[in-house]
Ligand binder design. Structure first.
Ligand code: CAA
Length: 247
C-alpha cells in the first residue's frame, strides 16, 4: 500500500508533537502546520531531524480560510494528496465571562472552531473522490462539561462535535470517517500554565486516575482512529480524560 499522507495542524505543539511523531512511527508521511507567529519552528524541525523525523512543515493560520486554501494546495503539489487530517491546533484565552472581550471570544472561536471548516474544506473533496479518508477533530473535556473561565473555549470545543456529527453523516458512504476526540487535562504547556493552586485544588481533584494525561496516550487514540480497523467508528466523540467526566 502506498504511504498515507497525514496533516497535523498545530503539529509542533504540546499535543501536536506527540501526534506527529507517533504518526510518523506508525508509517504515515506527516505534514505539520505551525502558527505563522511561531519563531521557533526551525529549531523544532532541526531537533526532530536529529531524532530521525523528516517532517514537511508549513506556516498556516488555521483561522484564515484563504491561508488554509493556499497552503493546503501547496502541500498537495509538494507532498501529495492528503488522506488524514488531524485538526489539533487550538488556543486558550481563559478568563471569567465578566472580563472576556469580543476579541477574546473571536480569537478562540476562529482558531479552535472555524479552523475545522477552513482545513477540512480543503481536503474533503479529494478524500471523497479517492474513497478513503480520516478526519480527527481534537476537542476537549471542557467542550463536554464546561469549564470555569472558558466560555469561549468550551463553546468552540462543543461546536466541533456538532461539525463532526453532521459531516460524518455526509461522507460515510465514501469511506471517510470523521470523529472527535475529547482529551481531558494532559501534561502540556497549555495545562501547566494554569495557576498551580487552581490546578491542584479545582482540577486534579476531579481526575479519578489522580494524574494528568500523557500526550502519547492521546496520540495512541488518534493512531487507532486512522487505522483500517477503525473504519466502523464515525461520528463518535471519544473521551480520554482519566475518569474526570463520563459523557
Ligand atoms: N472551579 C471553581 N472555582 C474556580 C475555578 C474552578 N475551576 N477556577 C477559579 N475559581 C474561583 C477561584 O477560586 C476564585 O474564587 P474566590 O474569589 O472565592 O477566591 C474565583 O474563581 C476567581 O478566580 P481567580 O482569582 O483565579 O480569577 P482570575 O480572573 O484571576 O482567573 C481563571 C480566573 C482565568 C479562570 C483562572 O482561575 C484559571 O486559569 N482557571 C483555570 C481554567 C482552566 O481550567 N483552563 C483549562 C486550560 S487547559 C485546556 O483548556 C486544555 C483542555 O482542553 C482541558
Amino acid at each position: 500500500m502506498t504511504q498515507r499522507i497525514a496533516v497535523v495542524t498545530g503539529g509542533m505543539g504540546g499535543l501536536g508533537e506527540s501526534i506527529s511523531t507517533k504518526m510518523a512511527d506508525a508509517g504515515y508521511k506527516v505534514v505539520v502546520t505551525y502558527s505563522p507567529s511561531n519563531t521557533k519552528y526551525r529549531s523544532w524541525l532541526d531537533e526532530m531531524k536529529a531524532k530521525g523525523y523528516g517532517f514537511a512543515a508549513y506556516p498556516v493560520d488555521v483561522a484564515d480560510f484563504d491561508d488554509c486554501a493556499a497552503k493546503v494546495a501547496q502541500m498537495g503539489k509538494d507532498v501529495g494528496p492528503i488522506d488524514i487530517l488531524v485538526n489539533n491546533a487550538g488556543i486558550t484565552r481563559d478568563m471569567t465571562f465578566k472580563k472576556m472581550s469580543k476579541e477574546d471570544w473571536d480569537a478562540v472561536m476562529h482558531t479552535n472552531l472555524d479552523s475545522c471548516f477552513n482545513m477540512t474544506k480543503q481536503v474533503m473533496d479529494g478524500m471523497s473522490a479517492r474513497g478513503w479518508g480520516r478526519v480527527i477533530n481534537v476537542s476537549s473535556v471542557n467542550g463536554q462539561k464546561g469549564a470555569f473561565g472558558q466560555t469561549n473555549y468550551s463553546a468552540a470545543k462543543a461546536g466541533i462535535h456538532g461539525f463532526t456529527k453532521a459531516l460524518a453523516l455526509e461522507v460515510a458512504r465514501r469511506n471517510v470517517t470523521v470523529n472527535t476526540i475529547s482529551p481531558g487535562y494532559i501534561g502540556t504547556k497549555m495545562v501547566t500554565a494554569i495557576p498551580r493552586e487552581i490546578l491542584d485544588t479545582k482540577i486534579l481533584t476531579q481526575i479519578q486516575v489522580n494524574r494528568l494525561g500523557k500526550p502519547d496516550e492521546v496520540a495512541g487514540l488518534i493512531i487507532y482512529l486512522c487505522s483500517e480497523e477503525a473504519a466502523f467508528v464515525t461520528g463518535a466523540n471519544i473521551s480520554i480524560n482519566g475518569g474526570q467526566h463520563m459523557y
